[in-house]
Design a protein around this ligand. Structure first.
Ligand code: NAD
Ligand code: TYD
Length: 343
């Protein structure tokens, strides 16, 4: 394996993965294939832009001809698919692009992997495919997705498995938990709350704030993907979590304390429809491969907060663009009818 196609590599986790892989594997060439949706940003990759081992192709994973061209031209051995519509709230507002990219796009990539006889097709999936759990999910647990985002990701996973079983495509899947770190678009809760707090804007907490997520630092996520890509068993699924289950109110408290902001910035707003109360993963399987998360919850969060505090150039530009329209649609009415809440 030498030439990788990293789809969605201009997004949050994909761009961190590219940086990580160049450090770990100096002999690898990486082609980022990305549509550059609202979430894709070449500034996330600016420190590798001149690296001779790097190439960028602007393209849609649903475009079979463009995918084939990229595989042929760059002699690709393996695809790592990060490309997705990734935000639950946007999937509630409009699920169309989620089905196209997360389901049809995955199918197009699998077909291409089959046609070109690739060494590996690796799918980046999510803990959300298991739905709201009352105990840490095992890889063999049923998929009971509850949001349009999660349903589309689960459909992608099912198609990956079908291509392994039916066509013998050498696939692997990782199901990661909520990831934080540099370059995450400020629609997800941590960068949204951190950047709002830095600007003294309200932090819109959904419902009672007692929903639980398992927080994972992005480089830990990348290490796990690397390990599964090189040592994972073909046809298998691996959970990747941070072992940091925390309620949203605890996340908010750390953000406020770290930035020395007053608690009255927090507003209780109308809850997300169908909001999953808890995601949690059993990690035994990936532990057996020799992986464990390196970052504690506090370290993951403080490193992330520090990056946003030091890189306002990156997120201020984003918050002036398309983001404003989305923010008004998602939070305008919610914030006008919100109440202050003690955390
Ligand atoms: P992101 O939204 O930051 O980036 C997604 C990238 O995919 C963007 O660069 C975008 O331009 C690109 N893209 C979207 N549609 C495309 C298409 N049709 N063709 C080509 N490129 C397209 O997402 P992220 O947070 O980095 O997530 C990456 C992957 O990890 C996704 O598959 C997501 O489901 C999964 N995941 C994310 C998290 C998380 O906490 N962020 C957790 C677990 C799993
Ligand atoms: P999010 O970052 O959207 O990730 P996901 O829903 O995919 O886990 O949200 C993380 C948690 O934060 C989730 O319980 C919803 C909550 N949340 C808020 O309370 N307010 C917000 O404005 C957002 C975006 C999320």
């Amino acid at each position: 394996m030498k030439n990788l196609l990293v789809t969605g590599g201009a997004g949050f986790i994909g761009s961190n993965f590219v940086r990580y892989m160049f450090q770990e594997y100096p002999q690898y060439n990486i082609v980022v294939y990305d549509k550059l949706t609202y979430a894709g940003n070449l500034e996330n990759l600016r420190d590798v832009a001149r690296d001779p081992r790097y190439a960028f192709v602007r393209g849609d994973i649903c475009d079979a001809d463009a995918v084939r061209d990229a595989l042929r031209k760059h002699h690709i051995d393996a695809i790592v698919n990060f490309a997705a519509e990734s935000h639950v709230d946007r999937s509630i507002l409009d699920a169309d692009a989620f089905l196209r990219t997360n389901v049809m796009g995955t199918f197009v990539l699998l077909e291409a992997a089959k046609e070109f006889g690739l060494e590996r097709y690796h799918q980046i999936s999510s803990d959300e495919v298991y739905g709201w759990v009352d105990k840490p999910a095992l890889e063999t647990d049923p998929l009971i997705p509850r949001s349009p985002y999660a349903a589309a990701k689960a459909s992608g996973d099912l198609m990956v498995n079908a291509y392994y079983v039916t066509h013998g495509v050498p696939t692997t899947i990782t199901r990661g938990s909520n990831t934080v770190g540099p370059y995450q678009y400020p629609e997800k809760v941590v960068p949204l709350f951190v950047t709002n707090a830095l600007e003294n804007l309200p932090l819109p907490l959904y419902g009672d704030g007692k929903q639980v997520r398992d927080w994972l630092y992005v480089t830990d996520h990348c290490e796990a993907v690397d390990l599964v890509l090189h040592q994972g068993k073909i046809g298998e699924v691996y959970n990747v979590g941070g072992e940091n289950e925390r309620e949203n109110v605890e996340v908010v408290k750390i953000i406020l304390d770290t930035l020395d902001k007053a608690p009255d910035l927090v507003r209780r707003v109308t809850d997300r429809s169908g909001h999953d109360r808890r995601y949690a993963l059993d990690l035994e399987k990936i532990r057996a491969l020799g992986w464990q998360p390196r970052h504690s919850f506090e370290q993951a969060l403080t490193d992330t907060i520090e990056w946003y505090a030091n890189n306002a150039w990156w997120w201020q530009k984003i918050k002036r663009g398309e983001y404003r329209e989305y923010y008004e649609k998602q939070y305008g009415e919610r914030l006008r009818t919100s109440e202050a809440v003690a955390v």
